[in-house]
Design a protein around this ligand. Structure first.
Ligand code: NAD
Length: 302
């Protein structure tokens, strides 16, 4: 892949640091984003700015996407003036969380033009994107995945989860629903504990030593809730989009999603109450408001 030219579309919370790592690894990257400030930051790191998607499609062999919604991925990859119209691009690697249905649709449309989609969502948050420790869930053509493996390895640990685009998305939606289930139940129970007079820092220590510990008690609550910074870096609007995609997949496959729907409801309430750009860790603020107490740790008090 060393002679290949690469492109990157979507330089946000995740795409910014992921493209930064690819640039630092020596890749020649042409980038595009609707936000001029994000493009300028990538150019400062050595990227070349493209004026349009068409320009990337004509310049790069392989194009990475890190976009906020299924609609954005559809428009960028196969919409009018999108990458699929580019003469050079052969492979599109979608690092976004879009859900399997759009991924299947985009894969079919690209295939009709002799191009290939690699379905490749990631997990591990902004910190993982910066550190190159993401879980990379790749699904697609085995030969292309093998060729891309060293490049994807710059982003984190690569798992080949299937041969069919859409299977990476399913894996990712499952991961995210598990993660938000942990966050929502941890938020409710932390508020309950504080209202009952327990110390929140001590609660986290006990939970992490006991069987109640999960990804929220290990990371999100102690690092972003107890200090009251709420800057984990994943917007609640994106999080509720992921929960919607997962319960829709349950509907499509005839799998009951009773707990998943409850998790989705609390995420939606938070999104509608605090706005889609609020950090996902703000889910606890809604529970706090109802209960009339705040989960404030030592770090916030000092
Ligand atoms: P973000 O909103 O910070 O970034 C998205 C970027 O895409 C923005 O810079 C935006 O300007 C750009 N964009 C939107 N539409 C575009 C278009 N038509 N053409 C070009 N650029 C366009 O979102 P994010 O947090 O970086 O998430 C990106 C994707 O990664 C989402 O699908 C999200 O679900 C997924 N994800 C996020 C995290 C996280 O912790 N933030 C973790 C894993 C996966």
């Amino acid at each position: 892949m060393s002679d290949r030219v690469f492109g990157f579309v979507g330089l946000g919370n995740m795409g910014g640091p992921m493209s930064g790592r690819l640039l630092a690894s020596g890749l020649d990257l042409t980038v595009f984003d609707l936000r001029a400030d994000s493009v300028a930051a990538a150019v400062a790191n050595g990227a070349t700015a493209a004026a349009s998607l068409a320009e990337i499609g004509d310049r790069a062999d392989v194009v990475f996407l890190s976009l906020p919604s299924p609609e954005a991925v559809r428009a960028v990859a196969i919409g009018p003036g999108g990458l699929a119209e580019g003469g050079r691009v052969k492979v599109v690697v979608d690092l976004s969380t879009t859900g399997p249905r759009v991924e299947e649709e985009v894969a079919r449309a690209l295939e009709a033009r002799g191009k290939t989609l690699v379905d490749c969502p990631v997990s591990g948050g902004v910190a993982g994107a910066k550190a190159g420790t993401l879980a990379v869930m790749a699904a697609g053509d085995a030969a292309i995945l093998a060729e891309l493996a060293p490049t994807l390895g710059v982003l984190g640990k690569v798992f080949s989860v299937g041969a069919r685009p859409g299977q990476g998305q399913t894996m990712k939606l499952i991961n995210n629903l598990m993660s938000t289930a942990a966050l929502t139940i941890a938020s409710e129970t932390m508020v309950l504990g504080v209202k009952a007079g327990l110390d929140p820092d001590l609660m986290i220590e006990v939970l992490n030593a006991g069987t109640g510990g999960n990804s929220a008690t290990a990371n999100k609550i102690p690092k972003f809730v107890l200090p009251r910074t709420f800057d984990f870096g994943f917007a609640i609007g994106l999080s509720s989009k992921d929960a919607r995609l997962c319960v829709e997949e349950g509907d499509r496959l005839g799998v009951p999603m009773i707990v998943g729907n409850a998790v989705r409801t609390l995420l939606n309430i938070t999104r509608d109450h605090l706005g889609p750009d609020a950090d996902m860790t703000s889910v606890i603020k809604v529970v706090e408001e109802w209960a009339g107490v705040e989960v404030r740790g030592r770090a916030a008090k000092s």
